[in-house]
Design a protein around this ligand. Structure first.
Ligand SMILES: [Zn+2]
Length: 259
């Protein structure tokens, strides 16, 4: 698919990781966002004919970085990783932190530090292409698990996504859409947009597709973690409507852990 000048390709890695390439047709530059597994990334490069110039790491977890050495050997791609993941990714060419800019050919991303899933997590926001690489922060119909910090930290990170335009394409690091849809429907059984999205997820699964990318507009309509200001969502976790949205988020995240 293409968005503005950028082309993207998604493919499954491991059991539920989403591999993704972003390609700049003007310069031929191409980046892999994380490398969960080398084989599928190299295959996708083969199929597209794209030449990998960059690897952008979102966070240090093994299922996002394990394929890096092999893909780097095969392609010579430049490796960009979060400064806070330096210990786990000791051989990056570039380390990035909040506010840094990353170029993939003529495409440019702003780096956001988005802790919550883990402390070193960063997000790459390609504003010109309206594409955001969310890693394990925001998922289609869900959000990441909370580790290493209080859940409010992830809530604050998600607020930054919530400020993005509706048309923004959101690429997340895993395909958890079916289980996320089950949980979302338990939270908001009367949400028509969610029902349509859940049906779409079922259809996609039978056709061997997954719902990545999503869009910010679709997520705002159906993802309970972005809908904590809705009275029905607050009531679903026994909190009053119009209260502290972060408290609703925390209760919702705890419920999902038990779900
Ligand atoms: Zn992770």
């Amino acid at each position: 698919m293409s968005a503005g000048a950028a082309e993207t390709r998604t493919f499954l890695c491991r059991s539920d990781n989403v591999g993704v390439l972003i390609h700049d047709p003007r310069t031929g530059a191409c980046a892999a966002i994380d490398v969960p597994e080398a084989g599928p990334v190299l295959r996708a490069l083969d199929e597209t004919g794209w030449r990998l110039t960059d690897i952008l790491v979102t966070h240090r977890h093994g299922d996002h970085i394990e394929g890096i050495p092999e893909v780097r050997r095969a392609t010579g791609a430049r490796l960009t990783a979060p400064e806070k993941a330096r210990e786990a990714v000791p051989d990056a060419d570039v380390y990035v932190r909040e506010g840094d800019r990353v170029r993939v050919g003529a495409l440019e991303a702003e780096v956001w530090e988005t802790p919550g899933h883990c402390l070193d997590h960063v997000t790459y926001w390609f504003s010109g292409a309206e594409i955001v690489f969310a890693g394990d922060t925001l998922f289609t119909l869900g959000c990441g698990r909370v580790m290493e910090s209080p859940p409010e930290t992830l809530w604050r990170s998600l607020q930054r996504f919530d400020a993005l335009p509706d048309a923004t394409q959101v690429f997340s690091g895993h395909d958890y859409v079916l289980s996320n849809a089950r949980f979302a429907r338990a939270v908001e059984p009367g949400n028509a947009a969610l029902e349509a999205r859940a049906a779409e997820a079922e259809r996609a699964r039978t056709e061997g597709r997954f719902l990545v990318p999503s869009t910010m507009g679709a997520e705002r309509d159906a993802n309970p973690f972005l809908r904590v200001r809705e009275p029905t969502v607050a009531h679903a976790v026994d909190l009053p409507a119009g209260g502290d949205p972060a408290a609703v988020f925390v209760a919702l995240r705890a419920w999902k852990n038990r779900f």
